[in-house]
Ligand binder design. Structure first.
Ligand SMILES: C[S@@+](CC[C@H](N)C(=O)[O-])C[C@H]1O[C@@H](n2cnc3c(N)ncnc32)[C@H](O)[C@@H]1O
Length: 206
């Protein structure tokens, strides 16, 4: 892993993912998590302040970037529920089958190299009746925006740690073994349209 990817990129992402419109998205989805929560691609822990401590028993954060987790710092301290970190990629979730109540994933399905395989692993550890709570950016509905997304994507991937602008998130969720129950989608205000088309909602194991 290059010096940029290991030390600079987590700091860049920590800032880019903390803009007001993105934080508003977190506010909408994270409080839906309950019980034992597995957060995939927890990064620098930007979601932690938005969990509803009356509903959450424990959060297990998984991310291959330990540098990102070190940046969580104060965000991971003084919470009313325990938070454990696992420094592994989503393809290697070391948890028992049907052992978590909620899987939360925000702005990570864009980056995980094989999101379908990762989702199948999330479905495996989710208990029957448990929920996948998600908020992701991806392929916009407008052909003009899509064309920019496809053009910019090769450079974007290099600059932002493998992040893709143009993944069809609902299709990826379904292919990964989930049935999407509630889905909202919109461009985020104050965000370039090619990077700001968001999908958020909840899904269950198909
Ligand atoms: C754009 S950041 C988002 C971080 C966090 N989810 C958030 O909402 O702020 C993408 C995250 O996905 C993580 N990631 C990359 N590859 C991954 C993988 N194979 N499995 C799990 N997480 C991965 C990165 O380390 C990074 O923390």
């Amino acid at each position: 892993m290059s010096f940029y990817d290991k030390y600079i990129l987590p700091r860049v992402i920590n800032c880019a993912c903390a803009t007001k419109p993105v934080m508003r998205q977190r506010e909408k989805v994270v409080p839906r998590a309950s019980g034992t929560v597995l957060e995939i691609g927890i990064g620098t822990g930007l979601n932690l302040p938005f969990y509803d401590s009356a509903r959450v028993e424990r959060v297990i954060g998984l991310d291959p970037s330990e540098t990102s987790w070190e940046l969580a710092g104060e965000r991971a301290a003084h919470l009313d529920f325990p938070v454990d970190f696992i420094g592994l990629p989503a393809g290697e979730i070391p948890l028992e089958d049907a052992s978590v109540d909620t899987v939360l994933v925000t702005f990570a399905l864009c980056t995980i190299p094989d999101p379908v395989a990762a989702l199948r692993g999330m479905a495996r550890v989710l208990r029957p009746g448990g929920s996948l709570v998600f908020c992701e950016h991806g392929k916009a509905p407008d052909p003009g925006v899509q064309s920019w997304q496809n053009r910019v994507n090769p450079l974007w991937r290099v600059l932002f740690g493998g992040c893709n602008l143009n993944r069809d998130i609902p299709a990826v969720l379904e292919e990964g073994g989930f049935r999407v129950g509630s889905l909202e989608q919109s461009y985020l205000p104050g965000t370039p349209r090619f990077a700001g088309y968001n999908f958020w909602g909840m899904a269950r194991r198909a």
